[in-house]
Design a protein around this ligand. Sequence first.
Ligand code: MCA
Ligand code: AMP
Length: 506
Amino acid sequence: MGINDNLYTLLASHFPGDDTLPCMILSDGRVWTYGDVERASGRIANLLTALGLKPGDRVAAQVEKTPEALLLYLATLRAGMVFLPLNPAYQRKEIEYFLGDAEPGLFVCRPQNRAVADDLARKLGVPQVLALDDDGRGSLIDAAAAHADAFKTVARRGQDLACILYTSGTTGRSKGAMLSHRNLAANARVLHAYWHFQPGDVLLHMLPIYHVHGLFVACHCALLNGSAMLFEPKFDAARALRLLPEATVFMGVPTYYVRLLNEPGFSRANCANMRLFVSGSAPLLKETFDEFKLRSGHTILERYGMTEGGMFTSNPYQGERRGDSVGFPLPGIDVCIVDDADQPVPTDQIGHLLVKGDSVFCGYWRMPEKTREEFTADSYFRTGDMGKLDADGYLSIIGRYKDLVISGGLNIYPREIEELIDLLPGVAESAVIGLPHPDLGEAVTAVVVRKKNAHGAALSEAGIVAALRGELAGFKLPKRVHFVEYLPRNAMGKVLKGELRRRQYL
Ligand code: MCA
Ligand code: AMP
């Protein structure tokens, strides 16, 4: 154990000596300096402690992207507590599950959801609720204002938990991936070095901060570099065009690159100051990679990772970046491709992608059985992805063994939607698949068999989507619903989703 393995201590040790330098530059011109970040995170950390929360307690946050939301994350680290970020799109039932499972000591919500949050807190025994609005104001900040700026970051061991991030399960309940200070620090250090972060770098930050990509990959690299982030509330292609000349690094999901290319004005001129474009979270089409090179003069660096361990592989910074590959295992990460019996397959053969290494998570929160199932006898984590290593050592993601749709970089588990559709009157059965979509990569598509009764006859595409709205986050709603006579099944009775995808319903 180091003296203090708290991730914040590592990040802060790289903050610039001059604390008047910018950390976050906002769209309205306001600036949060590194000194401001240290002081404001100190106030919130003092508040968390004064509220009676103890190291190891969970702090759940379902808030919009603001500097204050990032400060809440940093304050939670400093106070030795465990951060649990939640997508603001989640609806009541989804939140109820997360709060019930994680049992946080504090839930920070948006003011417009306060009544629901209070109700859930009472029901589930969450002791405290505070609010943070979309402009960074609210009872969290008001209460923190009464506290001192100075806070001595709580010492943590490397294996102590820093965050829990929920990932939906292919079957049954969502699982909380437990990430330790060591997991996050290892990945942050490796990416910072591998992508050659350097003095003067400015990160154009347009990703949400409730996921690994925006919160860990992007922010940790910038903070470890003492860099400024152009901290935008969300991705907006036209605004990206205006800001790229002020930035040197950009990170995005493939949809961001598709949308940049859809901007007629996007050209080499916008990117003259840029050093690095990183893509991940979903497959980047080769045609997007090629067109981007042509239009911008830059070769996108594609990398691959997961909530359960951050980034596992990356194309090289200096060597050849390939458009149909996610590159090499990162330092400290071991990648292995195996067959159904967990035996390594030869080069160029497709198999199950397994990973091992410092950043790989500590297991699923309160699910020891599920955790055991996802690791092999020799401690490799089963990613559920289908991969292939070539003779040069480049990894390609060929597909997924897991039943998962990735839409605009967000994961959607079909089972969760199918279960709700199947409950609707008139539905005999359903299958949810991802179909190719020019903007989102994959679009959630429901295939439904009607019951042979009046309810079945009354079912409509709009009716089904309307019935799901409010039950599920908007990004999970089917973009299309198709009605069929029956679902194709194999001899075991399993729905043939590959066959449904091939039909495409075009
Ligand atoms: C929003 N909507 C979506 C999505 N996002 N529908 C499908 N897929 C989506 N991803 C729906 C909303 O519910 C709404 O529907 C309508 O689109 C407009 O919402 P809005 O928020 O205005 O949309 P947008 O601004 O165009 O957002 C699309 C987006 C965004 C920019 C692609 O989803 C995004 O920033 N995605 C990135 C997610 C991300 O960070 N992924 C990394 C995960 P309605 O009108 O019906 O209400 S980390 C990860 O995967 C691993 C670790 C990794 O490797 O990085
Ligand atoms: P999540 O569970 O949200 O962390 O999503 C992780 C999943 O996203 C991985 O298991 C992959 O299926 C997918 N993914 C992430 N990066 C890439 C990439 N560069 N290419 C293909 N799939 C990716």
